[in-house]
Design a protein around this ligand. Structure first.
Ligand code: ARG
Ligand code: ZN
Length: 873
């Protein structure tokens, strides 16, 4: 446990800042062991109270007020590292000089070194590790930053804003100045310096402003920046076209760093990226990597308006920028290729990460009520569910009103730190729709469950649909209120043709999809002139982040083939297969033989026949529900039984459909130049989906052949991940080959670790222990830690939940070792242990024991303490 009980911050306790800082001048003298930071803050009183400045791990060397040195008695150091300056006037200039040690900074928060270069990460509370400051997002200031360093140590020195001059010092030093004209909160500060090379493109905004785009990487990586640059340019154009938002500085810099806690960071004019989301070439990056780059580049760029120009008043409002920006990047990606496939993938992601969170010990509203460590709230709920809530508003008011709402939001809140209410009220005013009840989506945790019942009245030709909602209790929120749920729907006749629909009270029937709004706990909708009992297609496009329950299997089978909405077609197939697998899991638990449902073979064959029109969709439709998803539908999970059932079905499908799978596989053989457009990606995805079934049926040789001949990483890795489950030389040779070929490339080597961590082989828990001690394993590098520990604990339910508890023990050991190095990553990795309530008693006890062992560790970080203690509460 931390030495003193960690403090809980509550949303209800918000107070405006006591002092505002209008301008900040920062002077850095960079040195890996001892960097000096001089800060000149022009302050102005805002409310009564003392001047308390945040600080963590800073060594204060000098402090002065309006040019006069401050005596020690007026400088009060807090236990938390903060500094209170006594007797300050209502306005003036405070100057401090501090020393920090970037090379000792293993937490990667604040200023740190990576590969000899300097980088910063300030969101959420890293700036206080650089200098004393009111480190909160509602203090917005104009920054001027001057960086001085040895020229050979740091030929390149970057910060936010526009270039503001350079010069030479004595002793081989040089300096660079950056001036950011836009007021910003401290979490958007950034500094990058060292030996970097740039890939450059010019850009002209739609109003004719010239912008210099630069991606800064280590020498040798220049040939891997093309996709990131291309994605950036497309993002900039898209934001101009769709939202009328233009870039607002002369330069836009992106720096890539291989030691980084998160995906990327939207610092004003100087985004810092995990190399994973910048660097790609076909030989080293998979299609998934390419898509990740496009998404993250767009996401960080879009933050320039939704996050930077308009920022958050406090960290409880985090989804104001994150939910909205994820919504924007999702829409961007949907416009780049297949909207339906993008939606399917996003929903898959939401269900894999957010639904379990919403049903677990860390369940929290999109706008949380309290936190111990804000880093723990950069969650799928704040990001992905937050984006779903923005989408609900978009669906409810329509695209045109949403655009007017965005215009109003930005016009009204520009250069301010605001709240979620400010966003919702802009949308409400622009649309004229009362959105007050949508606030329930922001303030209540838990995934609503939606059920539908219907009846047909032949005499009156009426069809009545009754929708009901229920939101399960979550920690601290026992009682829930109904939320408005937009249900996009349509009706199909017996032949699968879409019927026009007319609700009671309407004059005319409408064609196609329509929107029903369920506002209370239960509501009925009466449709007129319905000739025969129809099949309803509900929640088209996943119009709300809910669990739709109880649709009958016959209807699912019908919808999977006939619905006009591609999402519902996919979803119905998935739900049908899930129901089937859940019944088979029970058979497996009773040791009954597992059969096979001929409907699955039919579905696979139908999908393969139609695959040519949209191969990416076909690949999605072919995939069986994941083990995690199936287990999530069970009261008490049974990872081993779920695994056995899924493997059985995969092998059966592979065997029964071998002819069709092989024909599709051969027909999609790699030809010509590698391309990353949606169709090419879809073709590779489909081909590799076929390969997986064929290997499941025993054709390991096909994977070996593909591994050997693949011309790109997507196909090579797809083959290798299948071979990693095999026995003997089919596995060892390609794994050794892969290591020999790529051990010098960190991002590729991460894949080598992950593949082995996710293997189904019985010896995987022992292999994972051995990989943890492998010379290439490095706990201090977050990507590497995630690639082994995260991949095992989150991506290998079978072995993580090994009966003897070895998976749990390994995770706890790793978390305990990592916590003193990087508490933020340790806290993230511990997550899966928190799901013990969903396991059978013996496993649950083993998981709790490991959580307690973590909690008993001295000097635990606040973040890991919060996760472990809430998991046990
Ligand atoms: N704002 C960044 C993004 O979403 C993420 C930063 C997260 N930082 C953290 N310490 N959790 O693009
Ligand atoms: Zn973001």
């Amino acid at each position: 446990m931390p030495d003193s009980a960690p403090h809980t911050t509550r949303r209800a306790d918000y107070h405006p800042p006591v002092f505002l800082i209008d301008t900040v001048e920062l002077d850095f003298r960079l040195d890996p062991a001892a960097t000096l930071v001089r800060a000149r803050l022009a302050f102005r009183r805002n409310t009564p109270g003392p001047m308390r400045l945040d600080g963590v791990g800073l060594t204060l060397l000098e402090a002065s007020l309006d040019g006069t040195a401050l005596p020690q008695e007026r400088l009060v150091h807090g236990e938390d590292g903060s500094l209170t300056v006594e007797g300050v006037p209502d306005s003036g200039t405070l100057e401090t000089l501090v020393r920090i040690a970037p090379q000792e900074n293993t937490e990667l928060s604040g200023l740190y070194t990576s590969g000899g270069n300097f980088y910063t990460q300030c969101e959420a509370e890293g700036f206080r590790r650089i200098t004393y400051f009111p480190d909160r997002p509602d203090v917005m200031s104009r920054y001027t930053v001057t960086i001085t360093a040895q020229r050979e140590l740091c030929p390149v020195m970057l910060s936010n804003g526009n270039p503001g001059g350079t010069g030479h010092g004595k002793d081989g030093t040089h300096w660079v100045r950056w001036v950011d004209p836009h007021p910003k909160p401290s979490y958007l500060f950034a500094l990058v310096a060292g030996e970097l090379v740039t890939v450059h493109e010019p850009f002209v905004t739609k109003s004719g402003k010239q912008v210099s785009l630069n991606i800064w990487v280590r020498r040798g990586d220049e040939d891997r920046c093309g996709h990131a640059m291309d994605s950036l340019i497309r993002s900039m154009r898209w934001d101009e076209e769709v939202f009328g938002l233009e870039y607002d500085l002369d330069v836009f810099n992106i720096a890539a760093v291989s030691d980084f806690n998160m995906g990327a960071m939207e610092n004003k004019g100087l985004n810092v990226f995990n190399t994973k989301y910048v660097l790609a070439k076909p030989e080293t990056a998979t299609d998934g990597d390419y898509q990740g780059i496009e998404t993250v580049i767009a996401h960080e760029y879009f933050h320039n308006w939704t996050g930077n120009r308009v920022t958050c008043r406090d960290w409880f409002q985090l989804s104001l920028k994150e939910g909205l920006t994820v919504f924007r990047d999702q829409e961007f990606s949907a416009d780049q290729g297949s909207r339906a496939v993008k939606r399917i993938r996003d929903v898959r992601g939401l269900r894999a990460a957010q639904f379990p969170e919403d049903a677990g010990p860390m369940a929290h509203p999109v706008r949380p009520e309290s936190y111990i460590e804000i880093d723990n709230f950069y969650t799928p709920t704040v990001y992905q569910k937050g984006a779903e809530v923005v989408r609900l508003i978009h669906t409810r008011i329509g695209a045109a009103a949403f655009r007017r709402g965005m215009d109003l939001y930005i016009a009204r809140c520009d250069n301010q730190a605001v709240t979620i209410e400010d966003f919702v009220s802009a949308m409400q005013e622009a649309s004229g729709v009362d959105l007050s009840r949508f606030m329930g989506w922001y303030d209540q945790a838990g995934t609503p469950e939606l059920t539908a019942e219907d009846r047909y009245e032949p005499e009156s030709r009426r069809w009545v649909l009754t929708l009901r909602q229920q939101i399960p209790p979550t920690p601290g929120q026992a009682q829930k209120h109904p939320v408005p749920i937009p249900v996009a729907m349509g009706l199909l006749d017996g032949a699968g043709t879409e019927l026009p629909t007319r609700l009671a009270g309407e004059n005319e029937a409408r064609p196609g999809t329509r929107l029903l709004l369920l506002e209370g706990a239960e509501q009925s909708f009466t449709f007129e002139d319905v000739p025969a009992p129809p099949t309803p297609s509900l929640l088209r496009g996943f119009s709300a982040p809910v669990k739709l329950k109880g649709v009958a299997p016959e209807r699912l089978r019908f919808l999977a083939v006939h619905d006009t909405d591609p999402f519902v077609r996919w979803e119905s197939g998935l739900q049908y297969a899930t129901g089937l697998m859940l019944r088979m899991v029970e058979q497996q638990q009773r040791s009954e033989p597992l059969g096979f449902d001929a409907a699955l073979e039919e579905a696979v064959r139908t999908t393969l026949r139609a695959a040519e029109t949209d191969p990416a969709f076909a690949a999605e439709a072919l995939a069986l529900p994941g083990e995690g998803f199936v287990a999530d539908q069970m009261e008490i999970a049974d990872p081993a039984a779920v695994h056995a059932v899924r493997e059985h079905l995969r092998a059966e499908i592979g065997r029964r459909c071998a002819d069709a799978l092989r024909a599709t596989y051969d027909g999609l053989a790699e030809s010509g130049e590698y391309r990353v457009d949606g169709r090419s990606i879809g073709r590779r995805a489909l081909r590799n989906a076929c390969l997986a079934y064929l290997v499941a049926a025993g054709d390991t040789g096909l994977a070996s052949a593909q591994y050997g001949s693949a011309g790109n990483m997507t196909d090579r890795l797809a083959a290798l991940s299948l071979l990693a489950d095999a026995e003997g030389p089919a596995r060892e040779a390609p794994l050794a080959d892969f290591h020999a070929r790529w051990h010098g490339d960190d991002l590729v080597l991460d894949k080598w670790f992950s593949i082995q961590a996710m293997s189904k082989r019985a010896d995987t828990p022992a292999a994972v222990r051995a990989l943890y001690r492998h010379p290439d394993f490095d706990l201090r590098n977050p990507n590497r830690a995630r690639s082994l520990i995260g991949a095992f604990a989150s991506g290998n339910p079978l072995h993580f939940h090994a009966e003897d508890g070895e998976g749990y023990r390994f995770l706890a050991d790793a978390v305990i070792a990592l916590d003193p190095i990087n508490g933020s990553i340790a806290a993230r990795l511990i997550g899966p242990l928190g799901q013990w309530r969903r396991q059978a008693p013996a496993r649950a006890a083993l998981m709790q024991r490991e959580l307690r062992r973590v909690l008993d560790t001295p000097k635990l970080s606040r973040g890991t303490f919060e996760k472990a203690s809430k998991a046990l509460a």
